[in-house]
Design a protein around this ligand. Structure first.
Ligand code: AMP
Ligand code: MN
Ligand code: MN
Ligand code: MN
Length: 276
């Protein structure tokens, strides 16, 4: 039985494990094909690829690109990318630069709310100095006793309207898709239920995504109800798209869904891994 997991994170972005540790953990859990998809960064892929060769598990080089579409942050997973591609590498470098500037503003917001030292605090959790995310701030805030766990810290401090939330302009949808295509990858819409799109917005998004060469939708992702799985499977069919399955695993203790642990895709869809 195939067990494919095409979305997870290592310490190269906001995951807790090293790329090789992710690969070995996946293999131990019976995953047969794994994509590492760190946020806006490909520096973990080399280590993961080597570990996968030794562990005899099929490895798919990936990335999860942060995009702003009509004022909403949307995540696009690129699968089967060549990390050496210049267009992709330059694009991701630009996105990461924005993260560094945003982090300083997040810290200013938190200072104004009476929480000093959060940039330094977050940095103690950052392994890749080029890639700082809200998750690193969340870990610092939990450790400092401002909230019980990473989930509640987001609700109280790091989402829109809270002191540690800074509106940010990520990559354009067309740009991110151009980079993924240039790198020979397949672009997949990550965790579609997360964006709170209306039906109309979602359809408009998918039409544009498709026009730019987007080819897949995550149908199996954490927090999708069975009803949502059915809805996105149906949308994938309607828009002629491939379906993906990804745990979005960030680390033991922090992620509720383990590597390879989601239900299988419904029968009626075309799995994206057949195209990889
Ligand atoms: P960023 O890309 O820096 O804005 O951070 C986004 C990351 O924060 C996501 O990839 C998740 O890992 C994490 N995240 C976002 N919302 C939540 C939440 N409500 N609870 C836990 N983690 C979250
Ligand atoms: Mn993340
Ligand atoms: Mn995401
Ligand atoms: Mn993710």
């Amino acid at each position: 039985m195939e067990n494919v997991d095409l979305h997870c994170h290592s310490r190269a972005s906001d995951g807790l494990l090293a790329p090789a540790e992710i690969v070995l953990r996946a293999q131990g859990l019976g995953v047969t094909m794994l994509a590492l998809t760190d946020h806006d960064d490909t520096s973990g892929l080399e280590e993961a690829m080597q570990a996968a060769q030794e562990a005899r598990i099929r490895f798919v080089p990936g990335v999860e690109i942060s995009v702003t579409w009509n004022g909403t942050t949307v995540h696009i997973v690129g699968l089967g990318i060549d990390p050496e591609d210049r267009s992709l590498a330059q694009g991701l470098k630009w996105v990461r630069g924005g993260r560094t500037r945003r982090a300083a503003s997040i810290a200013d917001g938190l200072t104004a709310a009476g929480i000093p030292g959060s940039l330094e605090g977050a940095m103690t959790y950052v392994q890749n100095p080029d890639l700082i995310s809200r998750t690193h701030f969340a870990r610092f805030l939990v450790k400092s006793g401002y909230a019980r766990d990473v989930g509640s810290v987001f609700r109280s401090y790091l989402v829109s309207g809270k002191p540690g939330y800074i509106p940010h302009q990520w990559a354009g949808l067309g740009d991110a898709l151009k980079w993924i295509r240039s790198a020979g990858g397949i672009a997949v819409l990550a965790h579609p239920a997360r964006y709170k799109f209306t039906r109309e917005e979602l359809r408009r998004f998918l039409a544009e995504f498709s026009d730019h060469g987007g080819r897949g939708i995550e149908v199996m992702t954490p927090n999708h109800t069975p009803q949502e799985c059915a809805t996105y499977a149906e949308l994938a069919r309607e828009f002629g798209m491939l379906a993906s399955r990804g745990s979005d695993f960030h680390g033991p203790g922090e992620s509720r869904v383990e590597l390879g642990a989601l239900p299988q895709l419904p029968e009626a869809v075309n799995p994206v891994w057949k195209a990889l």
